[in-house]
Design a protein around this ligand. Structure first.
Ligand code: NAD
Length: 256
């Protein structure tokens, strides 16, 4: 399906980004993995994916909190038929106590990085005559929660950027859409469970059901595979008239 295409996925050495990379590689795409670290295990992830799916996989270190590094990532990738803007971080605090550096980092990594990579990828996609941009937003791109001001603002911004990108490319064979996951059990979420168990004096299952999935009516986590397969669908011809829109994978969260 995607052989001959190159997909650049930001923040893809774990969680959803790695799941999307796996699905795109399984569909035949060559892959550029990314995070801000440059460890042997990052490059080993790339080698393992390449062996598994017999596609080309490179790991390129770049810090998505830095505008120039975002832009250089696309230059170093060389080809970019599919761009997945996935890198993201979270910080939870009330607005009046929210650390200024955390606000700046979340806006930079979760929102501005997608602007910089998109700006660099569009000329490459135009030259190739085809492109797909997939922004990993969140249910928090469509609804809010208290104590997540920077994250909610950034993710609403990503949805706005998605619409504008969709309009600017509407007459071309380029689409831009946002996937809005609810809770997905990635390492970052898994790591929060022990803290929540202590804070609420609850067992693991009660924390998952009553705290984490309280707003997810299905009562189940979405999976990285489900996000990955949706990304593959967005790259297919069947999705060529879908642009500038959002796809929720949230067990009914945003229907409430
Ligand atoms: P994760 O922590 O496993 O993945 C985040 C990725 O971003 C990692 O690969 C990390 O290395 C990378 N990253 C962080 N800072 C970076 C930086 N400065 N430069 C480059 N890369 C950086 O978490 P995840 O759950 O897989 O999150 C991936 C995306 O999905 C995020 O944008 C997140 O907001 C979004 N999301 C996650 C959930 C969920 O429940 N897990 C729900 C909705 C949206």
């Amino acid at each position: 399906l995607l052989s001959g295409k190159t997909a650049v996925i930001t923040g893809s050495n774990s969680g959803i980004g790695l799941g999307v990379a796996d699905s795109l590689a399984a569909a035949g795409a060559d892959i550029v993995l990314n995070s801000f670290t440059d460890r042997p295990e990052d490059h080993e992830l790339a080698d393992a994916l390449a062996r598994r799916y017999k596609v080309n996989v490179r790991y390129i270190a770049a810090d998505m909190s830095k505008a120039q590094e975002c832009r250089d990532l696309i230059t170093k990738a060389g080809k970019c038929d599919i761009l997945v803007n996935n890198a993201g971080i979270q910080h939870v605090a009330s607005i009046d106590t929210f650390p200024m550096d955390k606000w700046d980092a979340i806006i930079a990594i979760n929102l501005s990085s997608a602007f910089h990579t998109t700006a660099m990828a569009l000329p490459i996609m135009r030259a190739a005559g085809w492109g797909r941009i997939i922004n990993i937003a969140s249910a928090h791109g469509l609804t809010a929660s208290p104590y997540k001001s920077a994250y909610v603002a950034a993710k609403h911004g990503v949805v706005g950027l998605t619409k504008t990108t969709g309009l600017e490319t509407a007459r071309e064979q380029i689409t831009c859409n946002a996937i809005c996951p609810g809770y997905v059990l990635t390492p970052i979420i898994e790591a929060q469970i022990p803290d929540q168990m202590a804070t609420h004096n609850m067992d693991r299952e009660t924390v998952i059901q009553d705290v984490m999935l309280a707003r997810q009516p299905s009562g189940e986590f979405a999976t990285t595979e489900q996000i990955g397969v949706t990304a593959v669908f967005l790259c297919s011809d069947a999705a060529s008239q879908m642009t500038g829109t959002t796809l929720s994978i949230d067990g009914g969260w945003t229907a409430l």
